[in-house]
Design a protein around this ligand. Structure first.
Ligand SMILES: Cc1cc2nc3c(=O)[nH]c(=O)nc-3n(C[C@H](O)[C@H](O)[C@H](O)COP(=O)(O)O)c2cc1C
Length: 348
């Protein structure tokens, strides 16, 4: 087949390979899918200011993130149930993402033991926690994560107090949670997926004390929550609306990002995700205050198209596109990306 060349090729191959209900599960959103569309529309409305006659022979895409030097400011977002995209999907993701030193996030509902994912990993990992059980269960899970040095940080996902109502899954009579998977998976399901409905900032305090790695919250979408998160001592903030899969009619992440960045004022790193599928999107995210951009669906296309090779190809394409977007807009380092690099423009 040869190497994948473009994001479009990966997306089309993924759609071709996956059964319709799995494609819809990955690429659909909650309710009317307003949030899902808005993420993309908001990115499309941003233009990158083109500056010329700058020496762009050497472009440095690397960034420091939570004590790790990354080759570029894009990481893989956590996704549960990757076995639906590729056999041993979560292991393949870890194998492919780190090939060029990139970071991948391991989902809290990963059905392979965190130790086994760590062993398969070729690069640094971030662990995404769901508080899907009582504190004893969370603590035991954290101990296992702490025992694997490849995990560099932990984030708690806070935008799933209730599970989103995903119309495509309902139409397809497909319940990823109730899950009718046929294969035996080594890691048992978490004991109580309804538990997060009761979580409050007190649980963040408790976790802050028990996580022995940099600790952040994933699913912050307002300046108000960002301020509270900082008051509770988080080490990073992940601006996300779960890729449009949770609250229908939420704000686009790229629109919420500047508000959060203003509150954070450089005190902690910011991750953003939601609709980022191109190198030019990465430049926009960084210009508006993110330290790194995370990609969910785009990574799922890579995985479904070609397993570990597909993920590695996807990250290489994003890296090349980001390098080009930097050079063609007259920038040579991520530090140069400030809000004036992007402008609101007509819809693309
Ligand atoms: C198939 C799929 C599964 C996901 N599973 C998780 C998960 O287990 N934990 C989590 O915090 N977020 C999960 N997410 C949300 C992603 O981490 C991320 O926030 C979102 O996909 C970003 O938007 P994008 O897909 O437009 O890049 C999932 C997303 C997808 C597409």
């Amino acid at each position: 087949m040869g190497e994948f060349r473009t994001m479009g090729e990966l997306e089309r191959m993924a759609q071709y390979r996956l059964p319709k209900h799995v494609w819809d599960y990955a690429n659909g959103g909650a309710g009317s899918e307003a949030t899902l569309r808005r993420n993309r529309a908001a990115l499309a409305r941003l233009a990158i200011e083109q500056r010329v006659l700058v020496d762009v022979r050497n472009i440095d895409l690397s960034v420091d993130f939570l004590g790790v030097r990354l080759p570029m400011p894009a990481i893989v977002a956590p996704m549960g149930g990757l076995f639906r995209f590729w056999p041993q999907g979560e292991l393949e993701m870890a194998r492919g993402a780190g090939r060029d030193g990139c970071m991948a996030t391991v989902s809290g509902v990963c059905r392979w033991p965190v130790e086994q994912v760590a062993e398969a990993a070729t690069g640094p990992l971030l662990f995404q926690l769901y508080h899907n059980g009582p504190r004893e269960w969370v603590q035991a899970k954290l101990e296992r994560v702490h025992s694997c040095p490849v995990y560099k940080a932990v984030c708690l996902t806070v935008d799933v107090p209730l599970y989103g109502r995903r119309d495509r899954d309902l139409d397809n009579r497909y319940g990823a949670r109730a899950s009718e998977e046929t294969q035996e998976l080594p890691e048992p399901k978490p004991p109580d997926p309804e538990y997060p409905a009761q979580l409050t900032w007190a649980d963040v305090d408790w976790l802050r004390q028990h996580v022995r790695l940099p600790f952040g919250l994933k699913g912050i979408l307002s300046a108000a929550d960002a301020r509270i998160a900082l008051d509770h001592g988080v080490d990073f903030i992940w601006v996300s609306n779960h890729g449009g899969r949770q609250l229908d009619s939420a704000r686009a992440t790229v629109e919420a990002l500047p508000d959060v960045a203003e509150v954070v004022a450089g005190r902690v790193p910011i991750v953003v995700d939601g609709g980022f599928t191109r190198g030019s999107d990465v430049v926009k995210g960084l210009a508006l205050g993110a330290t790194v951009v995370a990609m969910g669906k785009a990574a799922s296309w890579g995985l479904a198209a070609g397993g570990a090779d597909g993920i590695a190809a996807m990250l290489r394409i994003i890296r090349e596109e980001t390098r080009l977007a930097m050079g063609l807009s007259g920038h040579t380092s991520m530090r140069e990306l400030t809000p004036d690099v992007v402008r609101t423009a007509g819809a693309a």
